[in-house]
Unconditional design. Sequence first.
Lengths: 396, 391
Amino acid sequence: MKFADEFRDADIARALSQRIAGEAGDKHWKIMEVCGGHTHTIFKYGIEDLLPSNVELVHGPGCPVCVIPMGRLDDGIALAKRPEVIFTCFGDLMRVPGSDGSLLDAKAAGADVRMVYSPLDALKIARDNPDKKVVFYAIGFETTAPSTALTLLRAKAENLRNLFVFCNHVNIIPPMKAILDSPDLQLDGFLGPGHVSTVVGIRPYEFVTRTYNKPVVVVGFEPLDILQGVHMVIQQILQGRCEVENQYTRVVHDEGNPKALDVLGRVFQLRTQFEWRGLGFISQSGLELREEFDEWNAEKMFTVPGVRVADPKACQCGEVLKGVLKPWECKVFGTACTPETPIGTCMVSSEGACAAYYNFGRYSRARERERAMGANGNGNGNGAVKELKPIEVKAG
Amino acid sequence: MTDTDVTSESPPPEVPVAGSGAAIRAAAARIADPEQRVLERIEEMRKRKPRMRDDAITMSHGAGGKSSHTLITALFADVLSNPVLDQLGDQAVLPIPGVDNLGLAVTTDSFVVSPLFFPGGDIGELAINGTVNDLAVGGATPVGIAAAFILEEGLDVELLRKVVVSLRAAADRAGVSVVTGDTKVVPRGKADKLFITTTGVGIVELPQRSAMARVRAGDVVLVSGALGDHGATVMLARGDVDLEAESLRSDTMPLHGLTKALFDEDIDVHFMRDATRGGVATVLNEIAQGAGVAISMNEDSLPIHDVVRGVAEILGIEALYIANEGKLVAIVAEGDAERALQVMRSRPEGAEAAIIGTVLPEPEGMVFIETVFGGTRVVDMLQGDPLPRIC
Ligand code: SF4
């Protein structure tokens, strides 16, 4: 197996990090990474350590598990509890609490809930269990939607009648627009989602630059990609440019992937509106199966409660997602809303902004203090929290 | 950010002397700083004893992470509480009447792995090695093992014989005998083929040399070999994932020889624990919390086979959290670290041993890692992932 180690080179990272620190000056920058995959890379590699404290990354709405509203999750759990159903989904969904327990709880109570790594696994389970009804709970952005679409096309071709898809696929553009439309927006620019863009290309982001005058850089998922993306956003602004740039040219083509788009078009159509946890209803933001797939559509073939569970009043996820509030400024943060009992979307996955702050805030605070003391010249550097290593810029 | 300014204007909070102007100013800054107040509130909530909120047992109670911890402390240890159990060690140490310098070490472990046979081992071998290792890391010499078998109606006798033969071979390798046992048969569907519980008894010198309370800032953290081989192997052997990796094998093996070598060489070992369910990350978190220290790792130095890295990356899990069945974490005095490494590497069980980090005084209870990329990341306890049965 090969690894992309050249995109994880610490020396290049330090050089880049120093360049960013130099160019960022005194301004406070807020750059949103839209995609959950980026958030993951940022935590996994500790990228925030490599940015000066005045360059802040705001974690956007791109975690597919977190955006599922509780009512939809309840529908899924209701399906899972039916005796004739084998319920399949990705593993990270199983722990998310619905209004009465999670899928894991339903499994403990006897439901047949199985973790799969791809919708094709669900197809296989359906083939192997002809006397059962197999439901695949589909989630994700344009990235995962094509594989759901391909699975449905195959099920139809095979005339496999016991596979059903409960579709929660969503589009990334509408929530970006919703965030941009908010009057208290405080973002300077965006890191555009790499994988989604392999499908949709980079043109769909042009409205961000044209209408909202914010730069977008589509970036990849290696840590250096992200640092470079941050640098490119800052450079655009400093140079007075505002464009959609593609940092991830090794994978993303400007036009996207016409084949995948074609498959999507054959299987899905836009819903008039779809509810997002924390962001409310956003028009034309979700996908549903076309009529031709009614017989595979779990929403049509089963009755589900379909009860909307409103986001709790106290929930301020919208503000956190827009970068207006810091997690700890939310009234219920750390009291009613914790990773064990999440109220809002940002607390659901460990990569949500609130969960990350809940778990690691104390640590980053200590680090910040250390940094500030270092700047004052009175840090004792006892090594409890290590300072960044000195940065050397290599020529070339 | 304004809150940073508050701290940077006030003197460093580490140095104030009680009652001095500096201490008062630092306290005032803390009160004026709402972020700090929120963080402190979280800290207090975390220190409270966990409560068992769930109505039913879910798979995450068995995953070795936070939910398992809550189940053990809030239910079992709460109801069964006594001075020996309350220490929640890998092995309980009981006094031997009339003998002051020796104790009786007891440990027990159940094995429910599926499939029963996997590359590099099987459930019988696991059942011996797991229990031998729980004794060995406490410095105990195993003297006897009890084994209980739960058999599902319909189980193939040849298969059962194969498991028992393998269990015998493992016991011979570890130099112990199975001295007593029990069997029960349950109706088809009430168990999955075969479950084994083993209980080990050993003799340990007192005071115990390997004790969590001996861990202190400045100590060095070692692992005895590459991480995640067992868990990755079993996950692939289950066939849930469409992946094949021929070079991947479980690392199941007894570690009593390795621990004995460390003691014989007079290495100042402060604490050892075998990194099974929940992986090295879980063990380090237990140590950081139990000993009130921080642990810093260096990602570059973690021994992880490429194939495990690959499997972990594809499955979206971290090798640090994957189970091992023949690897231990050792915390040793700084001055002995290099020697400990040499001792480990001179033996086959420790051929790939490595120094992976250090113990720091604070932030208390926290484990973090310096990434290959030059950043830092916190390594938390596993948060109840529904991982399959791997041990
Ligand atoms: S603390 Fe909870 S409710 Fe408040 S913003 Fe965060 S996730 Fe939402």
